[in-house]
Design a protein around this ligand. Structure first.
Ligand code: PAF
Length: 295
């Protein structure tokens, strides 16, 4: 596994892989790797002939007073994990490489970034879109792998790639959960023991939403209410939002008649956690339709 720190070195390594006609896969990360990241790496290793992973805690996606300084960092462990997965290239630039003095142009993440996480963290998606565009320009991947855990981020990156004619396919990969159902996140490391036990609030709310839909609930507001009630049972958990949205536009829906997405965000102690799940009415069985017609 090769490790490089400058964009020029990364370009050179990728150019060599291209000369060997290899498909390039990129997994952008901020390090503090867990099984969720490794699932992205494995997806890339399966689908691409050459996998590059970037590790960069991107300052422009953290707002004032957010956890940029406290964000967990463990480069030695990350490199060991990536080497064990058979990664070809690790790109670990410094802030001086990604934002040299005088950098001033940024990517406008558009209307998908206005609501939900974007409303609570106003500059966040501008920082994400900008750094991801830079990583795409440096590594020119054919495929880039992002977790569905950060669903809004995934949608914005997919839209950016389409709208800016980037020659990359942005692949969304399923959320990886622990044995209790809690979505893996580097920020889970901030939780105290008691808080960690209450982090199941998010997946329990999402499960309650899915159950309501499976039992026939089609009113999105009622499903949102179910999620809020589920969360209210957890003393330390404060709900930021629990909504049912159109998976393409991220706008709230009123009815759940086709594929929708439930998004949830909470504050637990000093930590914000997000999670989401697909919500879709079960397909109507032919026998059910016949029964309905006969009645
Ligand atoms: O999801 C993350 O870890 C970050 O937002 C990303 C995509 C690596 C950009 O800094």
């Amino acid at each position: 596994m090769e490790r490089v720190v400058s964009p020029a070195e990364a370009r050179q390594a990728i150019a060599e892989a291209r000369r060997e006609a290899k498909t390039i896969g990129l997994v952008p990360t901020m390090g503090a790797l867990h099984e969720g990241h490794l699932a992205l790496v494995r997806a890339s290793c399966r689908r691409a002939g050459y996998t590059a992973v970037s590790i960069f805690v991107n300052p422009t996606q953290f707002g004032e007073g957010e956890d940029f300084d406290a964000y967990p960092r463990d480069m030695a462990r990350d490199l060991e994990l990536l080497a064990a997965e058979g990664v070809d290239l690790v790109f670990t630039p410094g802030v001086e490489h990604m934002y040299p003095a005088g950098s001033s142009i940024a990517v406008d993440p558009g209307d998908l970034a206005e609501r939900w996480e974007g409303a609570i963290r106003p500059a966040h998606f501008r920082g994400v879109a900008t750094v991801v565009a830079k990583l795409f320009n440096i590594t020119t991947p054919d495929l880039a792998f992002f977790g569905e855990k950060d669903y809004q981020q995934l949608k914005i990156v997919q839209r950016m790639a389409a709208d800016l004619d980037m020659a990359v396919t942005v692949v969304g990969c399923p959320i990886v959960r622990d044995q209790d159902g809690v979505a893996l996140s580097s920020r889970n490391a901030y939780l105290t023991g008691e808080e960690a036990a209450q982090a199941i609030a998010l997946c329990e709310a999402l499960e309650a939403a899915a159950e309501a839909v499976a039992w026939g609930e089609r009113d999105a507001a009622a499903v949102e209410q179910t999620m809020a009630e589920e969360v209210s049972a957890f003393r330390l958990v404060e709900l930021d939002y629990a909504v049912v949205v159109d998976p393409r536009t991220l706008e709230q829906v009123t009815r759940i008649e086709g594929p929708t997405r439930a998004l949830i965000a909470v504050t637990l102690g000093d930590t914000r956690l997000i999670d989401n799940a697909a919500l879709e009415p079960p397909p109507v069985r032919v026998e059910d339709e016949k029964d309905a017609q006969e009645e």
